[in-house]
Design a protein around this ligand. Structure first.
Ligand code: GCO
Ligand code: MG
Length: 409
């Protein structure tokens, strides 16, 4: 059988940062790629794939995407969770890639065809003070972005999510994981943050006018009542969304936030199945779904979530940080193009070395991302380039309050 899977290799490389990729090859030599990168916990997914999943794939018909998804989800008995769902995602992406390559079409054609000309992308502006924030927003506008996330340092907090550490050059992009044998400790003070952030958005609005869509990421750090206050304080500045205002696993917590503010809410980068969204979607507690293709069971898994969300007028805001590889990003872009309830796509461009390993047909122009029209996902993996960058231990930071209590990072 030509489409039977002959090999399933787990590839680890670290150009700019760590990436885990699954490469499936059929008897006829057709290749499919899937992203399995779980930032700071990469090798757990490597083992899950290599030791427990790859043996199940050999000899299976690569065309059976749904059946394979169900086999890996139900057949494991132990369900959900980021490690399992990232592994399933990689297989799912790789099989869709094979199918679309065999069809000779870009994947979005198999997902129903294009519903738009491109995916509106938002970039990440940040700075330690207002002049730096303004410069960063301006740079993003020059690069063509038509929507911009704004993160800022806060007086009294030394290291903060979303703001690059001082480097002198000013052009360094923020990268969440650090190559180090142990995680870096950061500090946090919610009251200082709540006092500071509204003034920054007031200034950014005054400088850049009313039209530019502005976004902000609270990175899970507030309680519901604190988030309600921030949402309310930000209303005059008309945010596109406030992301992860509270820890996502407390779905009911969003009821309280909703009662108090009309600032649109986005949640879900740490959620990985449609079951994690039941209350959020049914009760319309959010406006945007933030899961990535990579961490939510692939194209099949995320599409289930997005179709459910669509019934409640909730749109997509697919997670696209630098820790989602160009393969995971390509999968996101094919979905973005095909689904009806597209909202916006996060875009944190990868570095030069990453592009040498993953050659992608995706483009960014006029503020829009497009996956390109190469057959499949549109990404080729260069083994020689990858082998030059072996895995390097890396961790996400964690945070503590002033009294030493561990806080949500
Ligand atoms: C985002 C995210 C990321 C995460 C990162 C963790 O909105 O892009 O919050 O920056 O922190 O993906 O690995
Ligand atoms: Mg986020």
């Amino acid at each position: 059988l030509g489409t039977a899977i002959r090999s399933a290799e787990v590839l680890v490389t670290s150009p700019d940062r760590n990436f885990v990729t699954l490469r499936v090859t059929t008897e006829d030599g057709v290749i499919g790629l899937g992203d399995a990168t779980l930032n700071g916990r990469e090798l757990a997914v490597v083992s899950y794939l290599r030791d427990h999943v790859a043996p199940l794939l050999i000899g299976r018909d690569a065309h059976r995407v749904e059946d394979t998804w169900q086999l890996l989800y139900r057949g494991a008995y132990w369900r959900r969770g980021p490690v399992t769902m990232s592994a399933i995602a990689a297989v799912d992406m790789a099989l869709w890639d094979v199918k679309a390559r065999l069809a000779g079409m870009p994947l979005y054609q198999l997902l129903g065809g294009a519903s738009r000309t491109g995916a509106l992308a938002y970039g990440h502006a940040s700075g330690r003070d207002l002049p730096e924030v303004f410069d960063s927003v301006r740079r993003h506008l020059e690069e063509g972005y038509r929507a911009i996330r704004v993160q800022t340092a806060v007086p009294g907090i030394t290291a903060l999510y979303g703001v690059p550490a001082p480097s002198g050059s000013g052009t360094v992009r923020y990268e969440p994981a650090q190559r180090a044998p142990l995680p870096v400790e950061e500090d946090w003070d919610t009251r200082a943050y709540l006092r500071h952030v509204p003034g920054v958005f007031e200034a950014v609005r005054a400088e850049f006018g009313p039209e530019l869509p502005l976004l902000h990421d609270g990175h899970h750090r507030m309680t519901p009542i604190q988030a309600a206050r921030l949402g309310k304080d930000l209303e005059p500045y008309d945010l596109f969304w406030l992301e992860d205002c509270t820890p996502a696993e407390n779905q009911e917590g969003l009821r309280l936030v909703r009662q108090h503010t009309t600032t649109p809410l986005a949640i879900g980068e740490v959620l990985n199945s449609v079951w994690d969204y039941q209350t959020l979607v049914r009760e319309q507690l959010i406006d945007y779904v933030r899961s990535s293709v990579t961490h939510a069971g692939g194209i099949t898994g995320l599409r289930r979530i997005l179709d459910f969300a669509a019934q409640h007028q909730i749109k997509s805001g697919i997670h696209g940080p630098s820790d989602v590889s160009p393969v995971g990003m390509a999968a996101a872009l094919h979905l973005d193009l095909a689904i009806h309830n597209f909202g916006i796509q996060e875009h944190m461009p990868h570095g030069r070395l990453t592009h040498e390993v993953f050659r992608t047909s995706a483009t960014f122009s006029g503020g829009l991302l497009h996956p390109g029209d190469a057959p499949g996902l549109g990404v080729e993996y260069d083994d020689a380039a990858a082998d030059a960058h072996p895995y390097q231990p890396a961790y996400l930071p964690f945070s503590r309050l002033q009294d030493g209590t561990v806080h949500d990072w």
